[in-house]
Design a binder for this molecule. Sequence first.
Ligand code: NAI
Length: 256
Amino acid sequence: ARRVVVSGAASGIGASLTRMLQEQGDEVVGVDLHGTAVCADLSTEEGRAGAVAGVLEAAGGRVDAVVACAGLSVPEPTAVRVNLFGAVALLEGLRPALAEAGAPRAAVVGSITGTGVVDEQLVSACLAGDETAATARARQMTDGGSGGLIYPSSKSALAQWVRARSVAPGWAGEGIALNVVAPGVVRTPMTEALLDDERMRAAMDEAVPMPLNGHAGPDAVAGALRWLVSAENTHVTGQVLYVDGGAEATLRGPGR
Ligand code: NAI
C-alpha cells in the first residue's frame, strides 16, 4: 500500500481524494486545521514545521506521495500564506522522505483563475520565496480594494513554482513527479455560498465557462490527482492539468 499525505483532507477535494485513496487500499495521512491525523495551521511557519514533523512521525518516515489541497479563497493575506507558502513548505519539507520512496509523486491544486488577471508584484514576491514581502503586498491589496486578486495570484505563482521546480535538481533528478491540477468551479464548501447566490453564480459562470458538464464535483478533481500521484504516472511532470469542463480551452483559445 502506498502512503499518501493529503493537506486539506478534512473537506472538499482533499476529503474526496482521501476517500478514493483509502478505497483503493492506500494509507492516507491527512493534514488540516481540524479533524485529521495531523492538525496544523499551514499559514504560519510554526504550523508548517509542526505539519512536516507530525507527518513524518505518523508516517514512520516513509512517504510515497504528497498532495497539497489545502487552500482558501478569502481576499486576505492568509490566502497567499496558505495557498503558496504553505503548499511549498509542505512539499519541500517532505521532499527528503519522498526521495527515499520507490515511486515518489507530488501534486498541488492550482486554479483556472491563475491564468487570468493577477498582481505581478505579489506573484514576483511569491516566486522569490519572500513571504514577508508577499504578505505586505497582499495587505496593501486587501486595504486598497484589490484583495480579490490575492487568490489568483497565489495560484499563478504556485503553478509557476511547480513548472520550475519539477525539472530542477531534487525533483525530477530524484524521480519525483510534480504536477498541478487546476480546477474550474467545483462544488465544495469553498464555493457553496457563491453558487447559492444567483448573481454571484452568474458572474462565476461568465468568468469560468464550463461547456463540458458544467460545475464539477470534487471527485472529478480528486480522480486526476489520484492518477498523477499513482505509481502508474512515470513520465508526466511539470504539467498543469486543467480539470475545468473546457474553461481553459474556451478562455485561451486553440493556440499551439
Ligand atoms: P474546502 O474549503 O472544502 O477545503 C479546503 C481545506 O483546506 C479545508 O479543509 C480547510 O480547513 C483547509 N485549510 C484552509 N486553511 C488552512 C490552513 N491554514 N492550514 C491547514 N489547512 C487549511 O475547499 P476545496 O474546494 O476542497 O479546495 C481545495 C483546493 O482546491 C484549494 O486549494 C482551492 O483553492 C482549490 N480550488 C477549488 C476550487 C473550487 O471551485 N472549489 C476551484 C479551484 C481551485
